[in-house]
Design a protein around this ligand. Sequence first.
Ligand code: GN1
Ligand code: MG
Length: 364
Amino acid sequence: MDQATLKEIVGQFAIQGTIAEIAPLGAGLINDTFRVITTEDNCPNYVLQRINNAIFPDVEMLMNNIQSVTSHIRAKLVEKGESDVDRKVLTFVPLTSGDKYFYFNGESYWRIMVFIPNAITKQAVNPESSCAAGEAFGNFQAMLADIPVQLGETIKDFHNMEFRLQQLRDAVKDNKAGRLSEVQYLIDEIEKRAEEMCKAERMGREGTLTKRICHCDTKVNNMMFDENDNVLCVIDLDTVMPNFIFSDYGDFLRTGANTAEEDEPDLSKVSFNMDIFKAFTKGYLKSAGCFLTPTEIENLPYAAALFPYMQCVRFLADYINGDTYYKIKYPEHNLVRTKNQFALLQSVEAHTPEMKAFIADCLK
Ligand code: GN1
Ligand code: MG
């Protein structure tokens, strides 16, 4: 996209300062992100995002959710007397022409937030930073527990395992890209585990498990750290919505405890790092232990397996459909991701007894 068009878009928002440059930023698989650099030292820089409207059909609802979430968190931080609040919660910028927080340029939906200075995201974490991350995600859930508005479901059935399996089965039935035969063994492995993996939905129906406000995309790189490795804030708030807490716990471990990146093709590098698991679980139980039910805690090892499994199902369905959802860099990319997530799942399964023993120990 050319600078002039991007500048035109940024100009619709009530930003401070003059734009020097707009450059691509980050590695998200869904939205397109740019860094907006201003010329003046005393003006913030900004992050511009094109919202993926095919994936988030209701942008108005999405941005209302995000505004409710960020203002609620901001109020909590202020109430607690936290310092440096502007780096601990995202600040979105309204349009110059009113109070909306997004702009439609005739083609796409755009939004802008203030760039958090001197902060970094990570692709990998060590045990210390995972413990901090666990505590931060637990805090995030705790802070949102009393949000006074009802948040909309920005992607319907986003982490509903039964629905994700149905999507895979539909993809298999249609075999749109003619890729089915090469992935049959993966489908068999997935089907073997299907019933067990859908137990959250069953518990939900039976009433033994309820939904809470969750982040629902707790990838390692959706968290900002300061120069001393302290967690500043959680970013990428598009999927904040009611869900089982397994989402946040499981999705962090899926990325944080994988000894490789989620698209590493060399499967011998993929495994589940128990040190990260232990540190993250400790941190999470520290902040969330007081509100989690025994059923939720007992099922944390299930959550650790559920997310590599779900991601395996989602990547595979996209591969079979001909890559219509996730951004890819080469034709086999979604297949490589699928195999990676399956290898991770197998490693999680091998560590399940050890995980259970560790959690039991934490509760003593
Ligand atoms: C997507 O946007 P990003 O890269 O943080 C996806 C997540 C997946 C993840 C896999 C809205 O997240 O659910 O777990 O890719 N987000 C959406 O890397 O589908
Ligand atoms: Mg992201």
